[in-house]
Design a protein around this ligand. Structure first.
Ligand code: GLY
Length: 435
C-alpha cells in the first residue's frame, strides 16, 4: 500500500467512536470519517491526541447503496462496518462488488448472527458444542419442545432483535408465553416467526472476540460486559451498561475456546463456501467442568466491549483491519498492551431501557475528556445549537485505562462524575470483579 489511508467507519454508537479513535491513532491513516456518526464524531471528539482527524460524514441511511455512494464520494481506501444490521443486509458484499476494501463479513457469513436457526444448525453440523435445540414455526411444536425441557428452556427469536430476542424462561408457562409472542409477530415482527427452543445451560457466561480473514485467527483478550441496568446485575436487560478487559479467563480456557469454538467456526464457514472475514464475537457458557459451550455468535464488535478492547491495543489497528479486507490477516500490526486494564461505564438517559428520553442538555464533557487516561465516547447524542443533548438510551461511554483495574475504575468514575444531564444514570459496579 502506498500513502496513508482514508477510512470510512459506518455506524453511530460509542463502538464506532472507539473504532474511529483507534484507526485515527494508526500510523497508516490520514483521515477517518464516520457516517452517520454522532455529536462526538461531528466535533472530532478527542481528535487532538490522535494522529489523524476524525470527521463526521452525512449519509442518508446505512443501506448498501448509500454505503457504496458515500465510500466512493469520499475516496475511502477501507470501510469498517460497525453494526450487525447492515452486514446482514449485505453492505459488505455491495462494497466488495464495487471494488472498495471492507472490514466486515458478507451477508452469507453474517447469517451466523442474522439467523439463530442457521447458527444452531451450523454448530451441530460442525461439531461445535452448543445446547440441544429445536427450531419451530408453530405453537404446537413450541409447546412440545418446551415440554421436553422440564429443567428449563431458552426461547430465542431467529432474526435480529437488537439484543432483545432471547428469553431465559424461569417456568414452562413463561417459555410458552415468550414463544407465542414471537411466533405471532407481536414481539419482534417477522424476526420472531421462527423460534429456537433450547436447553438451559448452567455455568458462567464469557465472551471472546477474534479477528479472522477466513482462515487465520487473532484472538483478542477476553472482555466482559454488564447487561442488566442495575448494580449487582438487577433489573431489565440492556445493550450493555459497561465492560472491562482483560477479563480473567484462564489461558487454558481461552485456548479451548479457540480450539473448540472459534477455529471450527472459521473452518466450517470456509468449508461451507461462505468464509467469515471480520470480527467474530462469541458468546459462551462455561460449564462447571470447564467445557465452553457456544450460546451465540455476533459478527461485529460488542458495544461496550469494543471500547475496552480498542483501549488495550497498541500499534496499527487500521493496518490489521485493512489486511483482513485484502484477505490475509497481518496480526503483527498490533500488540496487546501488557499491564493495562480498561473499564467502560455507560451513562444512560432517563427512562432507559424501557422508554429513553431525548433532548436533555449534557454538561461536563470537556472536563471529563481532559482527565488522564480517559476518553468519552458519544453514542446517543445530538447537537442543539451550541449544546450537546441526549438522543438515545445509551448516551455516552466513559472509557478509562490504568495500570490495573483500581486505577482504570477510579479514572472512569471520576470522569463520569464530571458529566451531568437530567435523568442520567449509570452502574457503579462496572469492573468491580475485574481482578
Ligand atoms: N454488549 C453486547 C453486544 O454488543 O451484543
Amino acid at each position: 500500500m502506498s500513502g496513508k489511508q482514508r477510512i470510512l467507519v459506518l455506524g453511530s454508537g460509542a463502538r464506532e467512536s472507539a473504532l474511529a479513535l483507534a484507526l485515527a491513532r494508526s500510523p497508516s491513516v490520514a483521515e477517518v470519517l464516520v457516517a452517520p456518526g454522532n455529536a462526538g464524531t461531528s466535533r472530532g471528539a478527542r481528535s487532538g491526541d490522535a494522529l489523524a482527524p476524525i470527521l463526521r460524514q452525512p449519509i442518508p441511511s446505512l443501506s448498501a447503496e448509500a454505503a457504496v455512494e458515500t465510500a466512493t464520494l469520499v475516496g475511502a481506501d477501507l470501510v469498517v462496518v460497525g453494526p450487525e444490521a447492515p452486514l446482514v443486509a449485505g453492505v459488505a458484499d455491495a462494497l466488495a462488488a464495487a471494488g472498495i476494501p471492507v472490514f466486515g463479513p458478507s451477508a452469507a457469513a453474517a447469517a451466523l448472527e442474522g439467523s439463530k436457526a442457521f447458527l444452531k444448525r451450523f454448530a451441530a453440523r460442525h461439531g461445535i458444542p452448543t445446547a440441544a435445540f429445536d427450531v419451530v414455526t408453530d405453537v404446537a411444536a413450541a409447546d412440545a419442545a418446551i415440554a421436553r425441557r422440564p429443567r428449563g428452556a431458552v426461547v430465542t427469536a431467529d432474526g435480529l432483535c437488537a439484543g432483545k430476542g432471547v428469553v431465559v424462561a424461569s417456568s414452562a408457562e413463561q417459555a410458552r408465553a415468550a414463544a407465542r409472542a414471537m411466533l405471532d409477530g407481536s414481539a419482534f415482527g417477522d424476526a420472531g416467526r421462527t423460534v429456537i427452543i433450547e436447553d438451559l445451560l448452567p455455568g458462567v457466561e464469557a465472551s471472546v472476540h477474534a479477528i479472522s480473514d477466513g482462515r487465520d485467527l487473532f484472538v483478542l483478550p477476553a472482555a466482559r460486559d454488564h447487561k442488566r441496568v442495575g448494580e449487582g446485575d438487577t433489573g431489565p436487560n440492556t445493550g450493555g451498561m459497561g465492560a472491562f478487559a482483560p477479563a480473567p479467563l484462564p489461558p487454558a480456557l481461552l485456548e479451548r475456546v479457540e480450539r473448540e469454538i472459534l477455529r471450527p467456526t472459521i473452518d466450517g464457514m470456509r468449508a461451507d463456501g461462505t468464509p467469515f472475514a471480520g470480527v467474530l464475537f462469541a458468546g459462551l457458557m462455561i460449564a462447571a467442568d470447564g467445557t465452553p459451550m457456544l450460546l451465540e455468535h455476533n459478527v461485529r464488535f460488542g458495544d461496550p466491549e469494543c471500547e475496552v478492547l480498542m483501549a488495550l491495543l497498541d500499534g496499527d489497528v487500521a493496518a490489521m483491519l485493512a489486511s483482513v479486507a485484502r484477505g490475509r490477516l497481518d496480526r503483527s500490526a498490533v500488540s496487546v498492551a501488557p499491564a493495562r486494564a480498561a473499564v467502560a461505564v455507560v451513562l444512560a438517559s432517563a427512562g432507559y431501557p424501557e422508554s429513553p428520553r431525548s433532548g436533555d442538555a449534557i454538561t461536563g464533557l470537556e472536563v471529563a475528556g481532559e482527565r488522564t487516561g480517559v476518553v468519552v465516547h458519544h453514542a446517543g447524542t445530538a447537537e442543539r445549537g451550541a449544546d450537546v443533548v441526549t438522543a438515545g438510551g445509551r448516551v455516552l461511554t466513559v472509557t478509562a485505562v490504568g495500570a490495573d483495574f483500581a486505577e482504570a475504575r477510579g479514572r472512569a468514575y471520576q470522569a463520569a462524575a464530571d458529566i451531568a444531564f437530567a435523568g442520567m444514570h449509570f452502574r457503579r459496579d462496572i469492573g468491580a470483579t475485574g481482578g
